[in-house]
Design a protein around this ligand. Sequence first.
Ligand code: IPE
Ligand code: IPE
Ligand code: MG
Length: 242
Amino acid sequence: MLGFAKKALVSEADSPAESTGPRHVAIIMDGNGRWAKKRHLPRALGHKKGVEAVREIVRYAATTGLEALSLYAFSSENWKRPEDEVSDLMGLLRAFIKSDIDEFAANDVRLKILGNYKVLAPDIIELIEDAITRTAHNTRTTLAVALNYGAQDELVRAAQAAAAEGAITEEAITRHLDTADMPPLDLVIRTSGEQRLSNFMLWQAAYAELWFTDTLWPDFGPEEFGRALAEFTTRERRYGGR
Ligand code: IPE
Ligand code: IPE
Ligand code: MG
């Protein structure tokens, strides 16, 4: 009886993900630099191609019924890169929001930012906040872009907010994470052959499935994304139970 009750509790919370595919997928979009290097092109071109891959993946995700897609675009550690590369990435971010926001708005995609974006350039903050406002009521898919995001920083902020309210509990921390209004994370994908989380979604990934591919991010497309989603449905998730 006890076993049955426990099992029922787990399946109640998680059966949508198991039977119909993941609800929330996070992607560590890595390998832009190596993609460019292989072709003897400037790194900036790799990042530009990377943005094109983002566009295709977001379009595809919206057609799959995925509730949420989180994309690691710029980590809190990426400031360590040379100034010109950071500036190229910020320029691409600016251009991407400007060129793609109408499509998000039209396709019922809600934009959200993970990480402390308030330290970005004032014009980027304005573009971001305008895009968030314009898409706030959209319900088809949430696109969460991680900018100046680091999971350790997110956890410190969440713990501080929880402490200010009272006890620091798992529930309170979860409620104060940047992902608070998103479904639980089901699947983490990382491209480019690296098999690490690089400070992404450390709390949320506790029981997420992990999927790695050697494909460099600019070459990652809907077909391979579809394969990852399909493979997810074959994984047996146990959450420590049996
Ligand atoms: C991912 O590509 C993009 C960002 C981290 C912004 P990289 O720039 O890390 O590409 P590699 O890892 O050097 O190939
Ligand atoms: C992770 O990639 C960050 C993003 C994809 C934005 P990195 O290229 O920064 O990660 P490391 O340095 O190889 O761990
Ligand atoms: Mg990298």
